[in-house]
Design a binder for this molecule. Structure first.
Ligand code: SAM
Length: 422
């Protein structure tokens, strides 16, 4: 057992201090605290906080000490929001870019509409529930069985007992299954992931149980097993029937702010290309003012976008199924556009940004869930003549170290580009 003074928070949200001159990482601690810890270095377990920080607060969640889903239930919002802003600035500084970063945009505490649970049969016959249902412990395979989750939308949290029961129909032996949920505007869309396909009895038990529950659709590994109503989500003026397991920004308030920043920056552009466009979170809003071309890997997401695009008043939306990592749009292909939005997965879009850097597109809005790949790609754009106008962290994932960011770039048009868009 030893005492450590916590100096700062690391990139995964652990408090960092020193023991025998070497860095140690202690979960659930805050800068300025002296804590007692024991266990294997460099990640010993917290035993006691000897002098709590003024920013320490009592977690709203009863599972905070064990559940791996949240990291910062013990920290004041102001501290975590500022830490996220500084983490973004740090990622840019590491890429050689000193940029001012806006204050982090805060979202409500109980607003998650997209979540993935894990379920398995309880090994212990005396367990509270026959089915364990919840999230994994941090850095562990152990499942934390939950009866509540404070970060979810209340209407989603209220379904935990029914969802736990429903999982029973698809559990076999000691297999573990995942349940990904999108809380859409008209109800819940459930997608299950099983380690092997269900047998007939499991499928019929599942359909039977679903028939009695108020959920819109149940899919298993991409196949729709029961659909009572198309799950719909509104992007701007359009209602989109997203495909099973389709991507949805995790928090509506975060999505609205990101879309506001993107649309404001691309306002006045005539032809916009939306890369990694999914089912049209940004494309359908951008089409209120500009012609839009959406590019995306998932054909089902583009089909959903296209069928929603016939709403009155929207400008034309075209789309293209394409692997943008394998085959990024070339500078020649980018020529028809004067505005661009991109929202890639965590790895970012290095090759694509190298091509954008060579283009004359005037306004680029980059939405990212990884400040490190964003900073790397931003450097490419800046080296290609872009000016970074604004960087805004969005706290889409409250109590977690994940950070969403919107970065806005502009480039002065060349004479040739000016004549195309006049
Ligand atoms: C972070 S999501 C953003 C989706 C959309 N912009 C939204 O906000 O709803 C990333 C998207 O990139 C797509 N994607 C992943 N890998 C891709 C690739 N190699 N080429 C093109 N699209 C890809 C995913 O299918 C997903 O729709």
């Amino acid at each position: 057992m030893f005492d450590i003074k916590i100096e700062k928070l690391g990139s995964e949200g652990d408090g960092i201090g020193r023991h025998d001159g070497k860095p140690v990482f202690v979960a659930n601690t805050l800068p300025g605290e002296t804590v007692r810890a024991e266990g294997e270095l460099p990640r010993p377990e917290l035993i006691e906080v000897l002098n709590p920080s003024d920013h320490r607060r009592v977690p709203a969640c009863p599972y905070a000490a064990t559940c791996g889903n949240c990291t910062f239930q013990h920290g004041a919002d102001s501290l975590i929001l500022d830490w996220k802003r500084r983490e973004v600035a740090y990622a840019f500084a590491n890429a050689g870019l000193e940029v001012p970063v806006e204050p982090t945009f805060a979202t409500p505490q109980s607003a998650r509409r997209r979540v993935t649970f894990t379920a398995k049969r309880a090994a212990d016959a005396n367990a509270d529930h026959a089915v364990q249902f919840g999230y994994k412990q941090r850095s562990s395979d152990q499942l934390v069985d939950i009866a509540s989750c404070t970060i979810l939308l209340p209407e989603l949290e209220a379904e935990i007992p029914q969802l736990r029961d429903l999982c029973k129909t698809l559990l076999r032996g000691n297999e573990e299954i995942q349940l990904a949920i999108n809380a859409c505007d008209n109800g819940l869309d459930l997608e299950f992931h099983l380690p092997q396909p269900p047998n007939e009895a499991m499928t019929s038990g599942f359909v039977h149980a679903m028939a009695k529950l108020p959920y819109l659709r149940g899919s298993i590994d991409g196949d729709v097993v029961i659909e009572k109503e198309k799950p719909l989500i509104r992007f701007g003026r359009a209602d989109v029937a997203i495909p099973p397991g389709g991507f949805l920004q995790a928090v509506a308030e975060a999505e609205l702010e990101m879309a506001r920043l993107v649309c404001k920056h691309l306002n006045g552009r005539k032809r916009v290309v939306d890369l990694f466009c999914g089912s049209g979170t940004f494309a359908l809003r951008l089409a209120e003012r500009s012609r839009v071309h959406g590019v995306e890997l998932e054909a089902a997401a583009l089909a959903a976008l296209q069928s929603a695009s016939s709403v009155d008043g929207l400008k034309s939306i075209t789309s293209e199924t394409r692997d943008l990592h394998e085959l990024p749009l070339t500078p020649a292909e980018l020529k028809p556009f004067d505005g661009l939005c991109l929202d890639p997965p965590r790895a970012g879009a290095e090759q694509q940004c190298a091509a954008i850097a060579k283009s004359n597109i005037r306004a680029v809005a980059y939405v990212s869930c990884n400040p490190v790949s964003l900073a790397r790609d931003s450097k490419l754009l800046i080296d290609g003549g872009y000016t970074l106008e604004q960087v805004t962290p969005i706290d889409q994932f409250v109590h977690s170290p994940h950070i969403e960011v919107v970065a806005l770039f502009s480039k002065k048009p060349s004479k040739a580009a000016r004549s195309i868009f006049r």
